[in-house]
Design a binder for this molecule. Sequence first.
Ligand SMILES: C[S@@+](CC[C@H](N)C(=O)[O-])C[C@H]1O[C@@H](n2cnc3c(N)ncnc32)[C@H](O)[C@@H]1O
Length: 264
Amino acid sequence: MIEDKSKYIESIRKMWDEHAKRYDEWYATFEGAVEHYVDWELLIRYLPKNRDAKILDAAGGTGRITLPLAKMGYSVTLCDISPGMLNVARQKLLREGVLDKVEVLECNVYNLQFSDGSFDFVLCWYGMIEAAKELIRVTNKGGMISIFLMNKCGAAISMFREDPNSALALLRSEPSYVYHDKEKHMAVSVEEARELFVKEGIKVIEIYAVCGMLKFLSIPEKVRESCNWDEKFFRQVTEMLLRLSKKSSVKGLSRHLVLYGERI
Ligand SMILES: C[S@@+](CC[C@H](N)C(=O)[O-])C[C@H]1O[C@@H](n2cnc3c(N)ncnc32)[C@H](O)[C@@H]1O
């Protein structure tokens, strides 16, 4: 069993090492830039006022969020299981002159090496709800968490056309899993996410719908994949998605949910 788990982790590490060099390319496209903008705009509402605050970016990959946080002056710990992703992050941080603001560590989010309450703000922007207890443990009392979760309804809607049996199984069973490449993620609804985090001692402040919403605006693939765009249209699209991200009536549709909460 332990051997199976370590083989699984090894295969995930290898997969992300292989993606590392190309991971940031998608964020240079219209769709990637829109999603990054929405993620960031939601995050900055909750960042600590005190720039001495300690932030953990768990499963932080190539430092998409670590980099702007370090530029704002925060002390950031970036941890990830993939040395390839972390190497890309190191090069970017060095190029931007903020590598000294960031501790870069190779580690598994299911087993963090930090003592209880080490961080004022903990981010984990990858759907790993099973790591929630560990992420909460390292958050200071009164500190904040921001966690991406796989959205059960959104996943079922996306997979229905190709695989109706799995889509229905996902909605029927509890808990439910979504398979993506080699990875297995537990998926939750907005209500399940809220209940789960409240049980773990989190005051849930808001849950937003993020990622994969662009397809509902029927924007042509050519525009979504383009690396040049009209700024006015970009602003209209991002405003639309930011407004929709908080509407209970559409929260089930997105690929991910991002939960913001305070550890009490
Ligand atoms: C989709 S990327 C997200 C990176 C970053 N959070 C972002 O939003 O751009 C997923 C990252 O999770 C990392 N990861 C996957 N499983 C992990 C684990 N068990 N512990 C730590 N990192 C993990 C991968 O190596 C990869 O860098």
